[in-house]
Ligand binder design. Structure first.
Ligand code: DOR
Ligand code: ZN
Length: 428
């Protein structure tokens, strides 16, 4: 099938492109962009879609997704996570290794790639563990994992507490051109905590995780990256302190990139007042000052990318006392709309936002996706900026219905998701 996408506002940060026009797709590839394009095909072979008033961007890329397979299929599978991705406008995912077994050896990496290929809905790139079982004691076989298809290394969910081991990981990974993705949390400082430490935690009587737990570890990892010269990517930045430290490190030339997630600039620890376990996430939702710093970090480029940190859980994980509840929220289906709020408020331009959800994630993990240049695979997301819709978790494609946004009305939505020239999701 060939496609002619007509009359949309085409934004492609990889080409500094923002103009209204047509996009011609033949045999799964982008052929060209232009105005009033006429295909070389007969009408029978071609679907023409009028996109006037809509926005056409490279397929969104999420570099921080938990797909839960193998081992926790009741929370999510590669197939259900892929469906959620498509509904959220994502055509490429990188998945974290905290499965069961942990993705710490090539057989697990190969299994994930095999399942992804069998499902074949979106591009899925595995991220492998830095340490065996992500236990923080011994490094995994980086070369072997890279050969098997891992695109990065992370013990996400847990920090590498041993600084000497983290140093070796950075050095070894740099020699293989594999990015290390740090989950920055000093476990001694965060011990026992279940929400952000501050005024609200005192009032509601829940044990706090101080911002310091994140800041101390960000600071250590920046020093390690500076010392070794090895590229470092910092996951799910949530504090004003971390933004400041990363900004200063970038100014010094430290090879660091960083991401945040929509909940860190949308919500604060106030969301935990009701003891809603759907608002329990690590790192925790912080103060309004932190959320404002995260926004500023996105605006000035300190924070390169927006990632979902899609962390689906089952009812039995969440419908328990706050202290015992699993942490994380199901993010793939709300990420775009929550992020578009920054554009609707006039805080980011639309091309700035799309850059953080396409080109920058691709750059961080050195992926070939994230562009609409001629010859590229036709991975495309079409956005209706003004469509308002109510978040209804019972309608999620994801098995994870754990969202603190249930019932909220959001503005902006992916209405067409195309992978390799095939329409995989359509909502108009
Ligand atoms: O809230 C979280 N959930 N934070 C993490 O770092 C891991 C994740 C998960 O796997 O559920
Ligand atoms: Zn995570």
């Amino acid at each position: 099938m060939n496609l002619l996408l007509k009359g949309g506002r085409v934004i492609d940060p990889s080409q500094n492109l923002d103009e209204t026009g047509d996009l011609l797709i033949e045999k799964g590839k982008i052929v060209k962009k232009g105005t009033d394009l006429m295909p070389t095909f007969t009408a029978k072979d071609l679907e023409v879609i009028n996109l006037a008033g809509r926005v056409v961007v490279p397929g969104l890329i999420d570099i921080h997704t938990h797909l839960r397979e193998p081992g926790f299929e009741y929370k999510e599978t590669i197939a259900t996570g892929s469906e959620a991705a498509l509904a959220g406008g994502f055509t490429t995912l990188a998945c974290m290794p905290n499965t069961n077994p942990v993705n710490d050896n090539r057989s697990v990496t190969e299994f994930i790639r095999g399942q992804a290929a069998a499902c074949g809905l979106v591009h899925i790139y595995p991220i492998a563990a830095i340490t065996l079982k992500s236990a923080g004691d011994a490094l995994t076989e980086f070369w072997d994992l890279k050969e098997a298809g891992a695109v990065g290394l992370s013990d996400d969910g847990k920090p590498v507490m041993n600084a000497a081991l983290m140093r070796r990981a950075l050095e070894y990974a740099a020699s293989l051109d594999l990015p290390v993705i740090a989950h920055c949390e000093d476990r001694n400082l965060s011990a026992g905590g279940v929400m952000h430490e501050g005024f609200v935690s005192t009032e509601v009587g829940l044990a706090g995780i101080p911002s310091l737990a994140e800041d101390v570890m960000v600071s250590r990892d920046l020093l390690l990256a500076e010392y070794t010269g090895a590229p470092l990517h910092i996951a799910h930045v949530s504090t004003a302190g971390a933004v400041r430290l990363i900004r200063e490190a970038k100014a010094r030339g430290v090879p660091v990139t960083a991401e945040t997630a929509p909940h860190y600039f949308t919500l604060t620890d106030e969301a935990v007042r009701s003891y809603d376990t759907n608002a329990k996430v690590y790192p925790p939702l912080r103060s309004a000052v932190d959320a404002a710093a995260i926004r500023n970090g996105l605006k000035d480029g300190t924070l390169d990318a927006i990632a979902c940190d899609h962390a689906p859980h089952g009812r039995t994980d969440k419908e328990v006392e706050f202290d015992y509840a699993a942490s994380g929220l199901s993010g793939l289906e709300t990420s775009l709309a929550l992020s578009l709020a920054l554009v609707h408020e006039g805080f980011l331009t639309l091309p700035e936002l799309i850059d953080k959800m396409t080109l920058q994630p691709a750059r961080i993990l050195r992926l070939p996706q994230g562009t609409l240049t001629a010859g590229a695979d036709a991975d495309i997301t079409v956005i209706d900026l003004d469509r308002t819709w109510e978040v209804d978790r019972t309608l999620f494609r994801s098995r994870g219905r754990n969202t603190p946004f249930h019932g909220q009305t959001l503005r902006g939505k992916a209405v067409l998701t195309i992978v390799g020239g095939a329409i995989r999701y359509r909502d108009f």
